[in-house]
Design a protein around this ligand. Structure first.
Ligand code: AMP
Length: 424
């Protein structure tokens, strides 16, 4: 093989290039602002963990852990996995750092990459990004669920996505769900022949997941299955009723979706998802739910928890579909100078403009006037500031507005104010 063969990114991962990266920053910054308003604080987590953490929390029978995790033996033979999601890590950190002693609910958010070896397609990648938030504490009040959902929807709306659907469901607690699972298993066994191989397999391993199926041929059969809502215990049913009341009180529209079970083992009671139009089959931009037993499962004190993870990649696709994905392109100012006599003045001027917060480009070679203008135009500069020997002698510069070609002579001392008020 020739040594100069080009190396490409691994299948299913991608680079996020400018100008799109600016949209990522804008979305992440909005998340930070909205989440801070709800008193959530950032947690920065490792991107790999002991495999056992995910095996115990997400569950061995899930696709995520069973089939999609990037797992490898470390040099000391410890089994390590790239994180497929971050709730397990948040809970591990909560326990490891004794955060249950902190006052009030512990409200944390994270932003970062996750890794799953799924079949890549539009909106589905092997390294993808999530913005997630979690509330851990002693209370399981539905108000916490509703406030978290409110925060999520405020964030989504503030980013510019106004058309979306909130789906909610309750999958009960360990007790009422276990009873329902047996009912479901029996019902599924009776219609086994009408199901595809994946669903047939899941009758034993994870029957709830059958409800997730999108196979057209299975839909009628699934719709006729017994529903968990009829099997919720009194406490779980009351919790779900209060959640709906809380959402109504906050004027949050929702759709109940009895098939929303989510693929992770640790969920209890509230589950929710947000979908957006125009994304085809991968239309879930965010998933979340309550996980009241997870902290204990991982060796911590009795603790209630709820959280969500928004898929940033898909959210950005949705923003673009909705026409809300525009990012400011170009630069404010291109500083053009002619002959090395004017170079020092140009360099000092560029620095001054940058200090004032303008985005400024300046080439470091002596270009002809036309070339400078052409380059400034292609870079999307709003203004060109020209410094020739005449300008230098007079302590001025010539400012050209590229949109209409108008020119103005401005004193060097007034240039920052001029550009700022000219709306660069
Ligand atoms: P989950 O952790 O499976 O509940 O996923 C939460 C959100 O992450 C989903 O609603 C998607 O928006 C996003 N997501 C999950 N898997 C992928 C993937 N492979 N590629 C892109 N986004 C994903």
């Amino acid at each position: 093989m020739s040594e100069s063969k080009k190396i490409q990114a691994v299948k299913g991962v991608r680079d996020i290039l400018p100008p799109e990266s600016a949209l990522w920053s804008r979305v992440e910054q909005t998340a930070r602002e909205v989440f801070a308003a709800y008193n959530f604080r950032e947690i920065r987590l490792p991107e790999f963990e002991q495999t056992e953490l995910f095996a115990r929390s997400v569950g061995l029978d899930t696709d995520i852990v069973g089939k999609e995790m990037y797992t490898f033996a470390d040099r000391d033979d410890a089994s390590i996995s790239l994180r497929p999601e971050a709730t397990a890590s948040v809970v591990r950190a909560y326990i490891e750092h004794g955060m249950h002693t902190l006052p009030g609910d512990v409200k944390l958010y994270y932003i970062g990459p996750m890794f799953r070896r799924e079949r890549p397609q539009k909106g589905r990648y092997r390294q993808f990004y999530q913005i997630g938030a979690e509330v851990l504490g002693r209370s399981e009040r539905p108000a916490i669920d509703a406030e978290l959902i409110e925060m999520l929807l405020i964030f989504i709306g503030r980013c510019g996505l106004n058309e979306h659907t909130l789906h909610i469901n309750s999958i009960g607690c360990l007790k009422c769900r276990s009873a329902y699972i047996e009912v479901l298993r029996t019902a599924l066994a009776a219609v086994k022949d009408q199901l595809g191989p994946d669903s047939q397999r899941r009758i034993q391993s994870n029957p709830l997941r059958v409800l997730d199926s999108k196979l057209p041929g299975e839909q009628a059969v699934i719709e006729a299955l017994p529903r968990l809502s009829a099997h919720l215990c009194q406490d779980c049913a009351a919790h779900f009723t209060q959640l709906r009341m809380e959402l109504k009180m906050r004027r949050i529209a929702y759709q109940e979706n009895w098939r929303l079970v989510r693929g992770l083992d640790y969920y209890t009671r509230t589950t929710f998802e947000v979908t957006a139009p125009g994304l085809g089959s991968q239309d879930a931009i965010c998933g979340g739910g309550r996980y009241d037993g997870l902290v204990e499962l991982l060796g911590g004190p009795p603790t209630k928890g709820i959280g969500f993870a928004l898929g940033t990649d898909r959210f950005l696709l949705a923003l673009k579909e909705a026409g809300a994905g525009a990012v400011p392109a170009g630069i404010d100012v291109f500083v053009a100078w002619f002959s090395f006599v004017t170079y020092p003045m140009a360099a000092r001027l560029a620095r001054r403009l940058r200090d004032a917060g303008l985005s400024v480009e300046m080439v470091h070679e002596d270009l002809k006037f036309k070339k400078s203008l052409g380059l400034a135009d292609r870079m999307g500069a709003r203004f060109v500031v020209l410094i020739g020997e005449t300008e230098m002698a007079a302590g001025t510069c010539t400012v050209k507005r590229l949109a209409d070609g108008t020119q103005q002579t401005v004193a060097e001392t007034e240039i920052v104010d001029y550009l700022k008020s000219a709306g660069s």
